[in-house]
Design a protein around this ligand. Structure first.
Ligand SMILES: Nc1ncnc2c1ncn2[C@@H]1O[C@H](COP(=O)(O)OP(=O)(O)O)[C@@H](O)[C@H]1O
Ligand SMILES: [Mg+2]
Length: 252
């Protein structure tokens, strides 16, 4: 009889939301091949807002896409709230993502033929929520991001910053455990960006949820529990709030 090994799986440590070990991703083949992730190790805890910073092209968006289950990868382990995505079939990953992940893309990815409220409804409708309930929740979320009066408009009638806020409402509406954001405040002025970060902070206060934010925007570092620096396809350093942030919340 074999005894169970303590902590045999990283998921056994219930405080981890995301656990990435030795994950690689190469785009293209032969001479055109680009190694975007080079055996990256990365952790995010439950109940935290974790920021990822690093120079353009270092693999931030690629890492977010892998964690969200939207991009396949070579080798390594990826554990998200106990689900071992590296062992799961594509259909199971899609099902997992639908329920558990909210993704704010750099390019918003709103559906141009749908109104704002219909866009925000999508994650609820694909999870089987009735249209009536979905519309009520979507309207409440649009209100929270300051777009309560714009629900019936098409996204292209809105400014870049407003479209970004619709995308944020859509990522939060089904209350996913994991919220992943690629530069969520890049098109927003300081006050709106701060308001969006307050919303994301509220999500991260739930002990069984987690928010991961890629950002270039040093004005929002103060909202992070931890900050992960990436460079050339790997995590270089992780800064904890204690000791590594200055009084304004910037990096020392
Ligand atoms: N779909 C793709 N096809 C080819 N190369 C890509 C693709 N996506 C990203 N890359 C390359 O992978 C590297 C990492 O990109 P990315 O993850 O977008 O970086 P970041 O988000 O940090 O700016 C870059 O060299 C980029 O050019
Ligand atoms: Mg990017």
């Amino acid at each position: 009889m074999s005894l169970p090994t303590p902590n045999a799986s990283p998921a056994a440590n219930s405080s981890l939301a995301v656990h990435v070990r030795g994950v690689s991703k190469t785009f293209g083949t032969g001479e055109a091949a680009v190694a975007a992730l080079k055996g990256v190790d990365f952790d995010a805890r439950q109940g935290e807002l974790l920021m990822i910073v690093g120079p353009s092209g270092c693999g931030k968006t690629t890492l977010l896409s892998v964690i969200a289950g939207t991009l396949n990868f070579e080798g390594g382990e990826l554990d998200v709230f106990g689900a071992k995505l590296h062992q799961m079939k594509p259909r199971a990953i899609t099902e997992f993502r639908k329920r558990n992940v909210g993704f704010i893309f750099q390019a918003f990815n709103l559906i141009p033929t749908l109104s704002c409220i219909e866009n925000v409804c999508v994650p609820l409708l694909i999870n089987g929520v009735s249209r009536r309930v979905a519309e009520r929740k979507a309207a409440a979320l649009l209100e929270q991001v300051g777009l309560g009066t714009r629900g019936n408009e098409r996204p292209l009638n809105l400014s870049g910053g407003q479209q970004q806020r619709v995308a944020i409402a859509r990522a939060l509406v089904h209350e996913p455990r994991l919220v992943i954001c690629d530069e969520p405040t890049s098109a927003l002025d300081k006050d709106t960006g701060g308001h969006i970060m307050d919303l994301l902070r509220d999500v991260a206060r739930h002990p069984d949820r987690c928010v991961i934010v890629v950002t270039h925007d040093s004005r929002v570092f103060q909202y992070a529990d931890r900050l992960t620096e990436m460079e050339d396809g790997r995590v270089q350093r992780v800064h904890d709030r204690s000791g590594h942030f200055d009084e304004e919340g910037g990096l020392k």
